[in-house]
Design a protein around this ligand. Sequence first.
Ligand code: ASP
Length: 450
Amino acid sequence: MQDNEVRTRTIVAKFGGTSLAGAEQFKRVRDIIAEDPARRIIVASAPGKRRPDDEKVTDLLVKCHAAATAGRPFEAELEAVANRFREIVDALGLDFPLDGEIAALRGHLADAPQRDYVLSRGEYLNSRILAAYLGFTFVDPEWCVCFDEAGRLDAAMTRRTMNASLRPLKNAVVAGFYGADMKGNIHTFSRGGSDVTGSLVAAAIDADLYENWTDVSGLMAADPRIVDSPKTVKYVSYRELRTLSYMGASILHTDAVMPVADMGIPINIRNTFRPQDSGTVIVRKLPKGETKYPIIGVAGRAGMSVIQVEKLMVSDESGFTAVMLDILKNRRIPFEQCLTGIDTVTVVIRSDVLAPHKEALFAEIREKLNPDYLGLTENLSMIAVIGEKGTDSSDANVRVLQALADRGVPISTVNQGAGKLNLLIGVPEERYEEAIRTIYDTIGSRDWAQ
Ligand code: ASP
């Protein structure tokens, strides 16, 4: 870049399936894009559900592929796919060669259908239509999202190729969800993977912002199925988001954070149906003054078991915990948490993971560790009270634990490492929802978005 060249601000805006489900939604998306000239690079999903009982185009394509592979007729499913796109193209008055595209897909299905290729056609067609509607250049990720032949993303090559493809363009629509290997075979990310494409695109061109447009106004501080209308969080750090996603909050594909996080590019979750809401901004470092209510939220996972091993004077035997963890490692049993106390080791494991190993594992622990006590507590839920700054303050922790005690919710484990990102609390499954509501009511939260 020349010294006197002014760098144009660039936003990569990814629109999800519900944001591009039909012609009405396309119009909203065009208005949103027109509102800020920095929204130059668009990443699009396949059409999602228009109503709760509707089917996503990708799900229809899964059915097409399953029928074709089993040698069953697939015409009805293919027609349903064609109709979704026809409705959009007709309502927007576009001159788009849809029949030819559908005929090509029909030919592929009848021949030797390749799953990832079939699934990718939802994004391919929707993005081409969106590009035609906006007057933007269509960029096929077949040429710039690079996979190896085993289907793994080649991040370095993607970055170079994507940068070279997009740099000369004023504006573009890139299809989400897929790419190709050197031989030209199409590979998709796992479901919901257009988020990943958006992140890769933003990182490759060093965008100023990655906007992820969806159908909610950002990250909620608790699960709305448990807490009535939880507040939306204004800022969240990448680390906090990772913990929230791990605990089950789904707002972004988990692989969508890394590419932009590495570059320090913020992600802004926005609502296509309420563009007036500022949404949630995901950042590396929280802006100063955003930590008045330092806890961002509460999330949890059911289906946990706790193994407790006790042996007097064990804290003097340095290898005891190591042997316990070795036993788990050799049996390839991943664990969620390991807490060591004076003469005790407690390990939290997912119940479904533990189930097939239970008897043999206990026999081995008895044999190798000869414990004074070996206990198992099942049907627990793990709750994470999350906040980079929140769990720094013992006041917040005390309030949370006190509130649970006041309601008589039994607490089976409490875990907070020196990293202090979260306070993890184990409670019986049947008290889980009550515990989440109690904690939510207690914590208050970081400056709510609205
Ligand atoms: N269309 C794909 C899916 O339904 C990918 C995406 O929407 O992100 O999973």
